[in-house]
Design a protein around this ligand. Structure first.
Ligand code: ADP
Length: 193
């Protein structure tokens, strides 16, 4: 299996690039942000629980997020691999993912981190907020909070996978096609090993 963690700060282009990579490598895309938004739009109890955290730019608690992720993975027993987008966002989430994949006889193949500077991502998210209907994209205070949470809680996940030489940085500036090309090169290199 090819199991990719698509990593990077909010607004770094993970969703856009995931759409390309799932086609090219025939993988299942799992975005925890999309899963939460789906639950919210259906007003489920999970959605209601996630809503307050998301609106403030905070992380939804690991206990909720990990269970949701596991359920989703288990719905695809025949998958050739997964792209995890927006997960893991904390060290406990990374440890839970590692344990889940081990139980399936597989592992994370690599983590690809889209490098984009802070000024650029704030601009991108506020622009997305004009049309996305996402309240967490509209307000600069919430956007800055998400970036702060990324630095303190999520960035250590890069180091977690670097310990086993699985973390790779990819320049996230340029056209969608240029970035897709860089990611493809990185994925092809991973799959050779
Ligand atoms: P972005 O990458 O632009 O921040 P996402 O759609 O990935 O957007 O996430 C939106 C929000 O959903 C996050 O700010 C957070 O509140 C919640 N969320 C998404 N994934 C996770 C996760 N793995 N753990 C905790 N909260 C999450």
């Amino acid at each position: 299996m090819t199991n990719l963690v698509l990593f990077g700060p909010p607004g770094s282009g993970k969703g856009t690039q995931a759409a390309f990579l799932i086609e090219k490598y025939n993988l299942i895309h799992i975005s925890t942000g999309d899963l939460f938004r789906y639950e919210m739009s259906n007003d489920t109890s999970l959605g209601q629980e996630a809503k307050a955290y998301m609106a403030k730019g905070e992380l939804v608690p690991d206990s909720v997020t990990i269970g949701m992720l596991r359920n989703k993975v288990e719905k695809h027993p025949d998958a050739q691999g997964f792209i995890f987008d927006g997960f893991p966002r904390t060290i406990p989430q990374a440890e839970a993912l590692d344990a889940l994949l081990i139980s399936m006889g597989t592992e994370v193949s690599g983590l690809l981190s889209l490098d984009v500077g802070e000024a650029e991502i704030v601009q991108r998210i506020l622009k997305r907020g004009e049309t996305s209907g996402r309240s967490d994209d509209n307000d600069e205070v919430t956007v800055r909070k998400r970036i702060a949470v990324y630095k303190s809680e999520t960035a250590p996940v890069f180091d977690h996978y670097a310990l086993t030489h699985k973390s790779h940085s990819v320049n996230g500036l340029g056209t969608v096609e240029e970035i897709a090309g860089r990611l493809s090169e990185a994925v092809d290199a991973l799959r050779k090993h």
